[in-house]
Design a protein around this ligand. Structure first.
Ligand code: MN
Length: 178
């Protein structure tokens, strides 16, 4: 299957843009909703193939929205996959009990880690200017931080690719037997 209609329900604009960018790049048609109410309105307008449902949403959480989707016969056949930052013990059962077909990890915030690393690098560079005493050691530390940043960006890329593969897999499988 190439592409498919995806509705992303996510209140974090960074996560939303990231997932949208990644999926559109791979030929998916992406629509967005920032809340449960927006999600239901979008679904009434046009039925997607798959809904990527953030669990933590303002007002109504993603599980409550999923229960509404499952109780509406007009929305039958739509795949709903939960997006979770950290799946805890017991979350899987709650997610499946609400009517989700499964869950995949959310994209990581791309701003947090690299910016943090950048700030650390700037701090070390400043220290380097002030002190030449342990310069060699600090150079090494600086080099390691830069490497860490490269690794973080690589990990983020791998994470996003994993998410895209999961979406494709769910679309191929279709709705599990009710
Ligand atoms: Mn959220």
């Amino acid at each position: 299957m190439t592409g498919g209609k995806v509705l992303i329900v996510e209140d974090n604009p960074v996560n939303l843009r990231l997932a949208q960018f990644l999926l559109e790049k791979k030929g998916f048609t992406v629509r967005k909703a920032g809340s449960g109410a927006e999600c239901l309105a979008e679904m009434a307008r046009e039925l997607p193939d798959i809904v990527l449902m953030d669990i933590q949403l303002p007002s109504e959480d993603g599980l409550a929205v999923t229960r509404k989707i499952r109780s509406d016969p007009r929305l039958k056949g739509v795949i709903v996959v939960a997006l979770t930052a950290h799946a805890m013990a017991g979350d899987r059962e709650r997610i499946l009990a609400a009517g989700c077909d499964g869950y995949i990890p959310k994209p990581v915030d791309p701003q947090g880690l690299p910016d943090q690393a950048k700030a650390e690098i700037a701090r070390l560079e400043e220290e380097l200017r002030r002190s030449t005493e342990r310069e060699a050691a600090r150079q090494e530390e600086l080099h390691q931080l830069e490497q860490q940043r490269v690794d973080q960006l690589g990990a983020m890329d791998a994470h996003l690719n994993a998410m895209r593969s999961a979406v494709e897999r769910y679309l191929q499988q279709g709705r599990k037997a009710a």
